[in-house]
Design a protein around this ligand. Structure first.
Ligand SMILES: [Zn+2]
Length: 470
């Protein structure tokens, strides 16, 4: 296939050699990361069948490891009549049952594997409640975090971000001392890992999204005049609408990244109107890494990160979705041997796209349902804040299967929970303390036990909902 000149050249990496900057002789792990990044420049143009064959080749190694090291997977393969040593093709793959989030939660430590090849590095523990309010404990190898960084760098290079500019991020900053009152702002000499460990960058400033209102965020970006702005989809939309409503202009902004939850089309339009830029969005999750990244040429398409994971969109009958159809998202991250997730239904629904005119052959998703904007949490003074109420920490309550928070008044929250057993008095009070500490206000919290939490009529799970008339 004829290749055009790249419109999105890689920035010049950091050099490991004094006096030489270009072409940069990178050193150590940086060189390894850049080599992988260059490999992705090639693989994004592979013919679909070649891409698929390489995915199955890598999946074969993951499957063999899981069968060898983990009784959970050995039994599952046996029950499905699946030979973990045989070469994988589409027919064999389709024989593997779908793994639900609830199954992963129920299996607990049986999903974790400590016996990794030595080169996969150490294992770290994280947790997530995902987009369905179902907490999971996640184990990740150093190797899977390496790939996380490679795909983060691919995203930055695809979108031709001006790395020399000033980055402003509005997100949770966990270095904030628990007793700190008021806004928490931290300044950094560069953009931080993984970007600044591979490329020269400008400075960065982070505002902790917690304990600060949307009006605070607007004043902050006006004062800081960022070139590059990063925020969560929900807070970016609220911020853009606030700027538009109050005539606030921030002409320095050249690029905006959305993280965490996927922007709605309305949120995207608000950002475009407020700042005159197309927001860059991606679809990723703690337990599976990068799933899809926005196309730099056709922003309506998210390109599946096929070298990171096998991503399937499946109809109710288990058949693959055709372009335009909405199905459940089933992901197999290819490199995390510390917690193999094979045909894992992450809990989202997404719409399949067709081939993208940009020339990249990576499959496309046009819309993700289930990770969209949440309501703002209203504080007693009437101001709106992004609803952080400690959902990331819920995995430490083993009784909780799924949860949802509904704000009933300016002082009262309803914590709806599907539980294996009711929380005891100590756990209930710990939960209330967690919510007060993370929202910054001692809300009255009603803990309400329910049998199930359904998706709304639009098919979307709502983790937080504000039910106060405003
Ligand atoms: Zn494209």
């Amino acid at each position: 296939m004829e290749r055009k000149h790249s419109s999105f050249p890689l920035p010049i990496p950091l050099s490991a050699v004094e006096g030489v900057i270009w072409p940069a002789p990178a050193g150590g792990m940086q060189a390894v990361t850049l080599a992988a990044l260059h490999e992705l420049e090639h693989s994004q143009h592979l013919a679909p069948e070649a891409l698929r064959a390489r995915q199955f080749l890598q999946a074969g190694h993951l499957v063999a490891h899981a069968a060898r090291s983990m009784p959970f997977w050995a039994a599952r393969f046996r029950d499905a009549g699946f030979d973990p040593q045989a070469p994988i093709d589409a027919t064999a793959w389709a024989r593997l049952p779908i793994l639900t989030r609830r199954e992963v939660q129920d299996a607990g430590a049986a999903m974790h594997c400590a016996k990794l090849p030595a080169q996969h590095g150490g294992v770290t523990t994280d947790s997530t409640s995902g987009s369905t309010g179902t907490p999971l404990t996640v184990k990740r190898s150093a190797l899977s975090l390496f790939y996380w960084n490679v795909f983060a760098l691919r995203e930055a290079t695809w979108h031709d971000i001006d790395l020399a500019g000033k980055l402003v991020a509005i997100r949770p900053d966990w270095t904030r001392p628990a007793d700190h009152k008021g806004a928490w702002i931290k300044r950094h000499a560069n953009w931080g890992a993984p970007i600044a460990t591979h490329f020269p960058t400008g400075p960065a400033v982070v505002l902790d999204v917690r304990h600060s209102t949307i009006a605070d965020h607007a004043a902050f970006i006006q004062a800081e005049a960022p070139g590059h702005l990063i925020g969560y989809g929900s807070s970016l939309e609220a911020l853009a609408r606030h700027c538009l409503a109050h005539g606030i202009r921030v002409p320095s902004i050249r690029s905006v990244y959305s993280q965490g939850d996927v922007l709605t089309p309305g949120g995207r339009a608000a950002c475009r109107e407020a700042w005159g830029v197309e927001v860059v969005d991606n679809y990723s999750a703690v337990e599976v890494g990068h799933i899809a990244t926005q196309c730099p040429v056709h922003p309506e398409n998210l390109h599946v990160q096929a070298e990171s994971a096998i991503v399937e969109l499946l109809r109710e009958d288990g058949a693959p979705c055709a372009p335009g159809e909405v199905g459940r998202v089933v992901v197999t991250p290819l490199h995390n041997f510390a917690m193999p997730l094979i045909r894992y239904a992450i809990g989202d629904l997404a719409e399949a796209g067709g081939p993208c005119a940009c020339g990249r052959t990576l499959p496309t998703i046009t819309r993700v349902h289930g990770r969209e904007r949440r309501d703002l949490l209203r504080l007693p003074d009437g101001s709106g804040v992004v609803p952080y109420y400690g959902s990331q920490a819920l995995a430490r309550f083993p009784e909780i299967i799924q949860h949802q928070v509904i704000q009933r008044s300016l002082t009262r929250l309803e914590f709806r929970v599907v539980a294996r057993a009711p929380l005891d008095a100590r756990a209930e009070s710990e939960l209330r303390e967690l919510i007060a500490a993370t929202t910054g206000h001692p809300f009255d919290v009603d803990i309400v036990y329910v049998d199930a939490i359904d998706r709304s009529s639009s098919g979307k799970f709502v983790e937080f909902r504000c039910a106060i008339d405003t």
